[in-house]
Ligand binder design. Structure first.
Ligand SMILES: Cc1cc2nc3c(=O)[nH]c(=O)nc-3n(C[C@H](O)[C@H](O)[C@H](O)COP(=O)(O)O)c2cc1C
Length: 176
């Protein structure tokens, strides 16, 4: 068994590792909840992924250094807002640290006071299922209580360290 605290050769160069991770394209989400003083909390996250159909489970991971990490650790509910291609500015806003991220943002309340952002292409309202240790991140698994598809926009993509757009593969276009 590897000693979990011992750095392996893979992380000798963090920049290279980050670059290798970035070769895997993802969508972009804003994950939200309400803290114990009823303040709206949100963070841009590309680590979202699906886990299980039955029960319906999803996961994402939050950096332990993020201001919101202890809040999500304690939150009983959260919502995943999948961003549309035209929501890059919103993504940048929620990637800020300690700012008033909800100023000028239209949203409504979801399950357990999670927050649903207007214009998101899909929303998953979740009950926190389990929080796992994941090195310098917390892995947060949620059980979907409600889901919706809101907007017909294409998704916002994050790939190779940059925002991108999802287009139909040329071979698929020719196959039509
Ligand atoms: C496209 C993109 C994806 C991101 N994905 C994550 C993620 O999955 N987990 C995470 O902890 N931070 C992620 N971040 C960084 C956070 O959004 C950023 O650290 C934010 O400032 C955290 O906010 P807070 O400190 O107010 O909690 C991402 C940023 C961007 C731009």
């Amino acid at each position: 068994m590897n000693d979990k605290n011992k750095a392996t050769v893979a992380v000798d160069n963090i920049g290279d590792l980050r670059k290798a991770y970035s070769q895997f394209p993802t969508g972009v989400t804003v994950i939200t909840c309400t803290d114990k003083d009823n303040n709206p909390i949100g963070v841009t996250a590309s680590s979202f992924n699906t886990v299980s159909m039955d029960p319906p489970l999803v996961l994402w991971s939050v950096d332990k250094g993020a201001l919101s990490a202890p809040i999500f650790n304690d939150a009983k509910h959260f919502a995943v807002n999948v961003l549309a291609e035209n929501q890059m500015a919103l993504s940048n806003k929620f990637a800020g640290r300690g700012t008033d991220k909800f100023a000028d943002v239209n949203y409504s309340k979801g399950v357990g006071d999670s927050l649903l952002l207007e214009g998101a292409i899909a929303q998953f309202e979740c009950k926190t299922w389990q929080v796992y240790e994941g090195g310098d991140h917390l892995i947060i698994v949620g059980e979907i209580i409600k889901h919706s598809i809101d907007s017909p926009q294409p998704p916002l993509v994050f790939s190779q360290g940059s925002y991108a757009a999802a287009t139909t593969h040329p071979e698929m276009v020719n196959a039509k």
